[in-house]
Write a protein that binds this ligand. Structure first.
Ligand SMILES: NC(=O)c1ccc[n+]([C@@H]2O[C@H](COP(=O)([O-])OP(=O)(O)OC[C@H]3O[C@@H](n4cnc5c(N)ncnc54)[C@H](OP(=O)(O)O)[C@@H]3O)[C@@H](O)[C@H]2O)c1
Length: 301
């Protein structure tokens, strides 16, 4: 039987999540993919959004554009609001005019991190800084504007490309014999490709008639700390490269000063996405092994 592929338009398509979603969707005959980077579609410009949607008429818009550094957001809260709150509103308005549903990526930083057991979608939000404030405002803007939306909160994204914790660790491990990593903040690393799998699985179900709009959590399985994740990354990378680092020193977050305050517990509970979409958390450790293998396949040392 012939069917028309589901056309998805991805914004911020050169970033970690945008490029992973595009790569996975392009390899899946269910989708046709319009992947637009910042030059091709600046999401802060409403008239360019309208023109792009009129031109491509996608079945779904996936917004992966944003200002994603908590420290940069603290330095420039206005820019954070522009990218993380105003731009999603412009997208939601334009999507609403053409009856296009929208998928928005959001973050564990909408919570203050005081619940040691982790957060469900129903728990009260209370961002600690400008980044979380702007992402939360983006969520509210979409809920107020576009009933047919999915807001997918995730945490600690890592990938074999872009600016992320895993690649920063590897650079540091080549330069320093001792590295320091925070050991009292807990969270769940999430591979950008695992997140992409989840986004595409949700869209497949929506395309087949599921009416399951709303807010969901998804992150990799197994709670760890930045220290635990650092150890896993270095151990995985040592299979391929002789790194300079010989010791990772665990440190308390109070001794590791950053511009933005970060939640102590970033654990997102993922029961709702399992109940509604049947999507199970995958262990981040196996994703890490796969990504490190791919990374060393493409990097010349
Ligand atoms: N990374 C994490 O650890 C993490 C954790 C939880 C949730 N999230 C959420 O996941 C989403 C995506 O994160 P990510 O890690 O994929 O981010 P990313 O790698 O930083 O990608 C963001 C992309 O947005 C683009 N962009 C910036 N300004 C733009 C504009 N005006 N118009 C269009 N595109 C623009 C950037 O392009 P340039 O590079 O050219 O500026 C970049 O390619 C965000 O909503 C974030 O809040 C991320």
């Amino acid at each position: 039987m012939q069917f028309d592929p589901v056309k998805i338009l991805i914004t911020g398509a050169d970033g970690q999540s945008g490029s992973a979603i595009a790569r996975l969707a392009e390899a899946d005959g269910f989708f046709s993919v319009i992947a637009l980077n910042r030059k091709q579609l600046d999401v802060t410009q409403p008239e360019r959004i309208v023109a792009a949607l009129d031109r491509y008429l996608p079945d779904y818009v996936i917004n992966c554009a944003g200002l994603n550094s908590a420290d940069r957001a603290e330095r420039d809260p206005q820019r954070a609001m522009l990218l993380n709150a105003e731009a999603p509103r412009h997208l939601a308005v334009a999507c609403g005019d053409l009856s296009i549903p929208m998928i928005q990526l959001s973050t564990d930083y909408v919570f203050d991190g005081h619940y040691a057991s982790g957060y469900t979608e129903e728990d009260a939000t209370q961002p600690l800084g400008a980044y979380g404030d702007s992402k939360l405002q983006g969520e509210l803007n979409i809920r107020q504007t576009l009933p047919r939306h999915i807001i997918l909160r995730t945490s600690w994204l890592f990938s074999d490309r872009g600016d992320n914790f895993m690649l920063r660790l590897l650079s540091e491990a080549r330069e320093s014999s001792v590295m320091y990593a925070v050991d009292d903040r807990r969270g769940c690393p999430t591979s950008a490709f695992d997140l992409a799998r989840v986004v595409l699985a949700i869209i497949k179900q929506l395309s087949c008639g599921a009416e399951a709009w709303g807010t969901y959590h998804y992150c990799g399985a197994e709670v760890t700390t930045r220290y635990g994740f650092s150890e896993a990354v270095i151990a995985a990378a040592r299979q391929y490269e002789d790194l300079k680092v010989d010791h990772i020193q665990p440190v308390a977050s109070k001794d590791f000063v950053t511009e933005a305050q970060r939640p102590a517990t970033s654990v997102l509970k993922c029961g709702k996405i399992l109940n509604v979409f049947g999507i199970r958390q995958r262990p981040w450790r196996s994703e890490l092994q796969r990504l490190i293998r791919e990374y060393y396949g493409q990097v010349r040392l």
